[in-house]
Write a protein that binds this ligand. Structure first.
Ligand code: ADP
Ligand code: MG
Length: 155
């Protein structure tokens, strides 16, 4: 399924991220983690989307562009885990990554095999060959100062 959005400001992009998180929380049980790949222009809104997404997961901590930290782990709070099988949210940014090995060294295989994990990967195209087949892809295009196109491809 493909869903396309046009947004006119960052708040709208955050709202889409937040609604998307609610859908992810309700996914039926699978044997693996939920993997979400965010790709497209620098400044396209990937991190902004994930700020809304984390809010939708009930996470209070701020989501930053992890420029030097490649991966950050967040606990999904109890209020959400009562209605969802997911327990952890991983935010990975591959902007500076040249080789998939950098991610594999962080225990990537184990993280994506745990059905309690949600993993969002910015610049996932940089490590395309280690992304599982079932991943959801989201493309961000910069259309103008405040305009963005967001396309979600699920399956
Ligand atoms: P990326 O992670 O894709 O590089 P960011 O989310 O870090 O992009 O940056 C997007 C920047 O563009 C932010 O400064 C944000 O405030 C701004 N912006 C302006 N309009 C939008 C919009 N419609 N959606 C998302 N971000 C927007
Ligand atoms: Mg970013």
């Amino acid at each position: 399924m493909i869903i396309q959005y046009l947004t006119n400001n960052s708040l709208q992009t955050k709202r889409i991220g937040k609604e998307f998180a609610k859908k992810i929380l309700k996914l039926p049980f699978e044997k693996k983690a939920a993997v979400i790949c965010l790709v497209g222009d620098l400044g396209g809104g990937k991190t902004t989307f994930l700020q809304g997404f984390a809010k939708g997961l009930g996470i209070k901590e701020r989501i930053l562009s992890p420029s030097f930290v490649i991966m950050r782990k967040f606990q999904i709070p109890k209020i959400k885990t009562q209605i969802s099988k997911f327990r952890n949210f991983y935010h990975i940014d591959c902007y500076r990554i040249k080789k998939p090995k950098s991610i594999l060294d962080l225990g990537f295989k184990k993280i994506i095999s745990d059905p309690q994990n949600i993993i969002a990967i910015e610049w996932a195209n940089q490590v395309q060959r280690i992304i599982p087949q079932e991943a959801i892809w989201i493309q961000f295009d910069y259309l103008g100062k405040n305009k963005r196109k967001i396309v979600i491809k699920n399956g």
